[in-house]
Ligand binder design. Structure first.
Ligand code: HEC
Length: 154
């Protein structure tokens, strides 16, 4: 895991990295090992819909579980309790990415219920973060949960 080794200077992150390593979803190992830059990924067409469908139900402006809100670029600047949500250029240091490559039964895996992201979606998020995690300001970058998609009890 070349990526994970790059966080070695920080002891806390190193611990996290080794835990993440053992909990990696085996189906996603290829996605993690592939260091090609990938085709250009767009926020509006590619990333927004993935976040809106899979993450916004529990992480929006009104309901931000664990304080995590994926509804705008400003909200995304925040930290998860475990570290920065996005480190542009470095998916493996970005909490947003770390939690989607875990095995389904790992305690921190996201989403916690419902279906996990498929490898195509994980690849898009990986390439988007690698390419700088460009998130437009203003209306284009505002995400809203699909009405009725919020979990009733959580
Ligand atoms: C069904 C509700 C639900 C969905 C959908 C969901 N989450 Fe979460 N998320 C939670 C809850 C509850 C917590 C706090 C408890 C925990 O950490 O497990 C949380 C915590 C988090 C955290 C902070 C804790 C940590 O481990 O860093 C991150 C980051 C996160 N989610 C990312 C995501 C991403 C990315 C998606 C979409 C792929 C997503 N979540 C989808 C419910 C959800």
């Amino acid at each position: 895991m070349i990526y994970l080794r790059s966080v070695a200077p920080l002891a806390g992150l190193l611990m996290l990295a080794s835990c993440v390593q053992t909990d990696i979803n085996p189906k996603l190992r290829k996605v993690l090992a592939d260091s090609r830059p990938g085709a250009r990924v767009g926020f509006v067409g590619d990333i927004g819909p993935i976040l809106r469908d899979s993450c916004l139900p529990c992480h929006n402006a009104e309901r931000a579980m664990a304080g995590v809100d994926f509804s705008s670029s400003e909200a995304m600047m925040a930290f998860s309790p475990e570290g920065p949500l996005i480190v542009p250029g470095e998916p493996v240091r970005s909490r947003l990415f770390q939690v989607i490559v875990l095995r389904d039964d790992a305690p921190d895996a996201m989403p916690p219920t419902g279906h996990a992201l498929n490898s195509g979606e994980v690849t898009l998020l990986r390439d988007w973060i690698r390419q700088g995690a460009d998130w437009p300001d203003g209306k284009e970058g505002q995400l809203k949960p699909i009405p009725g998609s919020e979990p009733r009890s959580m």
